[in-house]
Design a protein around this ligand. Structure first.
Ligand code: HAM
Length: 428
């Protein structure tokens, strides 16, 4: 019989790992609540043109990584390779700019890029992203950078560094491009294939190349090309970061892989995922809202790769403490007791406890083994005799102690034990 495998570059998130995902997502949501960002959910696919216009025709993403298909209505659609363009499209379509306050939005979800799969690089991956649209205050750039930094801290990671740069305005980039090409042209034939192709498409990204890095020693810096307004914006972002005690390094060669950035660009870096050292990034995109047909509103945001976050957690041996334990495993022995099983289980679950039972008709010995395997805090055992007396035996699986409690008080007894136990754990 033919069996099936997941598509290359995708992952199954299985129980055990899924708890770490839930922890990371919960951390992100709680952080956004405190920073006052509200969740937005946009479609998993959009018109292809949105990404061509938004992300940029000459980017690697648009040129070679998009999952593009024609739908049955002959429209060209693309699985979202990133979140910003869709959020901005939604901001414009739903006229969120009508709101007197700025829009502070966040999202968590899958993105799709046809990349060469390796550890930390997938074809379906997940991002936690935020977008703040409607203000060009440099303090907002700093807030977004601080939010990402805090995220890594709160999931428990060490060794995350922040790199920042200013990529100026499109006009500044155009003149810097000429300067840079003058510098690169004489060494063209000595550069790697990737660099040579980037020189024609997007020369600023050449400086990002790891292979040819030593050759760029005397390359011009975009920071020297900034005008007064851009320099001032960058200075203020840095001042805000300093005031908040967010450590960062200025990297004048940092150029992001998406075309929409203006002014601030930043990345979060970490070691430990093979050759990949960028775990999140973002920046300001003052022209994007107008580019996708809206009023001219400035924006700033970030995207954090969740698979990379999880890989780092694993590398650093950080296991979030998620309570997945079962509270009670219910065992019934005898015909009448068996009939009562669904009622007991339902009552305990409705009271808020995590409860399970057997559905495979197992015999006594196998039932006790099953209870052990679940790691339940208690096993509740009901025989026909106990049922007649209106009692149930409750075994504390940690201590082995067993006591009989009135059936009607089962939930209360379990709850009071759990509360006591938690108190005990909290004692220094
Ligand atoms: P990006 O740098 O393309 O930016 O992606 C952000 C993060 O997503 C990366 O740093 C990485 O952690 C993760 N990521 C990207 N591609 C993959 C992949 N193939 N496999 C695993 N993880 C990946 C953006 O997407 C922008 N939308 C960020 C942004 C929001 N800028 C402003 N607002």
């Amino acid at each position: 019989m033919k069996t099936f495998q997941k598509p290359p570059g995708t992952q199954d998130v299985l129980p055990n790992t899924v708890e770490t995902w839930q922890f990371v997502e919960k951390t992100a949501r709680d952080l956004c609540r405190r920073f006052h960002y509200r969740e937005i959910r946009t479609p998993m696919f959009e018109a292809t043109e949105l990404y061509q216009r938004g992300v940029g025709e000459t980017t690697d993403i648009v040129e070679k990584e998009m999952y593009t298909f024609e739908d049955r209505g002959h429209r060209s659609m693309t699985l979202r390779p990133e979140g910003t363009a869709g959020v901005v499209r939604s901001y414009v379509e739903n006229k969120l700019y009508g709101d007197p306050d700025i829009a502070k939005l966040y999202y968590i979800g899958p993105m799709f890029r046809y990349e060469r799969a390796q550890a930390g690089r997938y074809r379906q991956f997940h991002q936690f992203g935020v977008e703040a649209i409607g203000s060009d205050d440099p303090a907002l750039d700093a807030e977004v950078i601080a939010l990402g930094y805090q995220f890594y801290k709160e999931v428990g990671l060490n060794g995350i560094t922040v790199e920042i740069n200013s990529v100026g305005t499109p006009e500044i980039r155009a003149s810097f491009r000429t300067k840079l090409l003058n510098f690169l042209e004489p060494m063209r034939s000595s550069l790697c294939e990737d660099c040579q192709s980037r020189m024609d498409r997007n020369p600023l990204r050449v400086l990002d190349c790891k292979v040819d890095q030593p050759k760029f020693e005397g390359a011009p810096s975009i920071l020297d090309s900034l005008d007064e307004e851009c320099t001032d914006h960058f200075t203020q972002v840095r001042q805000s970061l300093d005031a908040m005690d967010i450590p960062y390094r200025i990297n004048p060669r940092l150029v992001r892989g998406l075309d929409y950035y203006t002014h601030t660009a930043f990345e979060y870096k970490a070691q430990g995922i093979g050759s990949i050292d960028t775990v999140g990034g973002g920046g300001r995109y003052n022209g994007l809202v107008a580019e996708v047909g809206g009023d001219d509103r400035p924006g700033v945001g970030l995207g954090i790769g969740l698979e990379r976050t999880l890989l780092l957690l694993e590398n650093q041996q950080i296991q979030p403490n998620m309570d997945t334990a079962l509270d009670v495993y219910v065992i019934t022995l005898g015909e009448n007791a068996d009939r009562e099983s669904p009622v007991i289980v339902q009552k305990l679950r409705n009271a808020g406890l995590a409860v399970d039972r057997d559905y495979q008709g197992r015999k006594m010995k196998a039932l006790f083994k099953a209870a052990d395997r679940t790691g339940a805090r208690f096993t509740a055992i009901l025989g026909d005799d106990e049922l007649e007396r209106g009692e149930i035996a409750l075994k504390n699986m940690a201590t082995g102690e067993q006591q009989h409690v009135p059936l009607s008080e089962l939930a209360t007894v379990v709850f009071s034990f759990i509360t006591e136990h938690k108190k005990g754990n909290n004692q220094p």
